[in-house]
Design a protein. Sequence first.
Lengths: 114, 118
Amino acid sequence: DAKTTQPNSMESNEEEPVHLPCNHSTISGTDYIHWYRQLPSQGPEYVIHGLTSNVNNRMASLAIAEDRKSSTLILHRATLRDAAVYYCILRDYARPAAGNKLTFGGGTRVLVKP
Amino acid sequence: EAQVTQNPRYLITVTGKKLTVTCSQNMNHEYMSWYRQDPGLGLRQIYYSMNVEVTDKGDVPEGYKVSRKEKRNFPLILESPSPNQTSLYFCASSLLGTGTSVSYNEQFFGPGTRLTVL
């Protein structure tokens, strides 16, 4: 399985943007880039995913490098509720069974300061 | 409301006493799986199921059993629990497919079951 590398932790001030980097230099052509987050005492929740183009949704934006070897999750205005562990995960869409398995790394713990 | 439910949320038991953690989803998802989360090891997949009566091992299946008799339910069974199975367990579900839309890519996780085996 292709692996991802993320910083262990990041801090941000409330209402400021947060840019969370992820390196995935061994990404394959059929890997989607997924982001999940885990709030304290909760199960992981889906944030966003993309393949090649940048993506936006109500929670965040995903910027994908042209060579797809790295990506950045952008939280535009961090709130205290965004304090969580954020996981960058590669999912192989060409293999439904194996592709539905999410391989979680250590993630980035985001601390939001008021 | 679309959701994955797990019961119980907390359980303290003793070594060797059989237990079952239930998981149910109301989204008609084909794919369901179980993960355990341990400090320093992250989330690891235990078992998964691609549909009714179709189950397979994940990365850490030893000491666990599962069944998928109905599409909505995927119970995790510990026939003879041991202290090294003390962990936080999550059930997850999703559609099974290769589409690009969110519906084919979003996995839903339950709230977790914290199990302590003494």
